[in-house]
Design a protein around this ligand. Structure first.
Ligand SMILES: Nc1ncnc2c1ncn2[C@@H]1O[C@H](COP(=O)(O)OP(=O)(O)O)[C@@H](O)[C@H]1O
Ligand SMILES: [Mg+2]
Length: 358
């Protein structure tokens, strides 16, 4: 994996205004997704006239690229903008700014009439499949819904595909006739996965797919996702609020804080030598199974500030034990500190050795 390919593109030369079908020279074919300076600001209305009085900067300049077949974990506390990144990539939300190159097309510029193919190639798995499955219709119909919308196959062929998908996720084909409430949480998530899988997608955005499940069931679903990835060459953007979940499934990890990526690295690199104090604090919160290993838990002071009015300078500085004067005034850019390891911290190289005073 060369580093140049995985460079977040905000630091790559700016692209001229290119047509959606054109191939920019800097997106190599092995890259499936290249997100450049993506922003999503939600307007906040106020007053009698319901004018826009402020903006929630839910996603505020996010750049990352993904290689075909990899799993990128996207992690950060609740409210930092992970779901909004996913929804904007899928064009379920209209981006405020930025580019999203998916297989050499800037999909933010695709006219809505051309979204159909994209909707097939990019699928989403939700945290709570119960709310995304219609309780009144048999799960077979829910799984077949996408096929029907896209006019794929005859009735019989669709049924065969659903049966196959159910088997592939470890459910009996007779599940087709049953209703969502007849399944356990883990089984319902398998149905959610079958529904994505049946479309034969290239990229799956999994938004906290195991966060609502018991720990024992979590690992079964994670193992299933990994098997399916190998079998079908899937690419996963795996969203979680908890680093311990992505630790085992991700090839690389991106850590988000208040609308921005603050660190992006190979999983092992990130866990062994963190270069952002926020990631270090998240890692310190992971329970360690081995009693011989002791890790000082870093308790962050205060809450996540509001994305309505993020702190000046480094957004993390009010909670950071390493903060210096420069952090209050100058925003650190996301930079490649060592090959393949990106961090947005003025003191990135000191993070690994630093701990808050007790
Ligand atoms: N439709 C919306 N309108 C206004 N604000 C929103 C909307 N959706 C999300 N937000 C805000 O954007 C921020 C990021 O939310 P979200 O992407 O759901 O974070 P996460 O998935 O990391 O928990 C939060 O402050 C949330 O309140
Ligand atoms: Mg979310």
């Amino acid at each position: 994996m060369s580093n140049v390919e995985l460079m977040p593109a905000s630091v790559a030369p700016a692209q001229p205004d290119v047509a959606p079908i054109a191939t920019p020279a800097s997106v190599p074919p092995e890259m499936i997704l290249d997100v450049r300076d993506l922003k999503k600001h939600f307007p906040v209305k106020g007053g009698l006239l319901r004018r826009t009085v402020a903006h929630v900067k839910a996603v505020d300049g996010v750049s990352f690229a993904m290689q075909r077949g990899e799993t990128l974990g996207l992690v950060g506390e609740s409210g930092c903008g992970k779901t909004t990144v996913g929804r904007t990539l899928l064009r379920l939300e209209k981006a405020t700014a930025g580019e999203v190159w998916f297989e050499q097309r800037d999909i933010l510029k695709l006219p809505s009439g051309q979204l159909k193919g994209l909707r097939r190639d990019m699928q989403i798995i939700f945290q709570d499949p119960y709310s995304s499955l219609d309780p009144r219709i048999p799960v077979g119909e829910s799984i077949a819904e996408g096929l029907l919308i896209h006019g794929i196959g005859s009735r019989q062929e669709r049924e065969d595909k659903v049966r196959e998908a159910l088997l592939r996720v470890g459910l009996h084909p007779s599940s087709m006739q049953r209703f969502p409430h007849q399944f356990s949480g883990g089984q319902r998530q398998r149905i959610g996965i079958a529904r994505a899988l049946v479309m034969e997608p290239k990229l799956i955005i999994a938004d906290e797919p195991v966060s609502a499940l018991d720990v024992s069931v979590q690992s079964q679903v994670l193992n299933l996702m990994r098997e399916l990835q190998q079998e079908f060459g899937l690419t996963y953007l795996f969203v979680a609020h908890n680093l311990s979940v992505v630790e085992h499934i991700s090839d690389r990890v991106a850590v988000m804080y208040l609308g921005k990526i603050v660190e992006l690295a190979d999983r092992k690199q990130l866990f062994s030598v963190s270069r952002h104090p926020y990631s270090k604090a998240l890692i310190s919160a992971i329970p360690v199974a081995n009693p011989k290993i002791r890790r000082q838990r870093i308790i962050l002071e205060g809450d996540v500030p509001s994305p309505l009015n993020p702190p000046a300078g480094c957004r993390f500085h009010p909670r950071c034990w390493m903060a210096q004067e420069i952090c209050r005034t100058v925003e650190p850019p996301l930079e490649e500190k060592v090959p393949g390891h990106w961090a947005a911290c003025h003191f990135a190289n000191d993070v690994a050795a630093s701990l808050p005073k007790k």
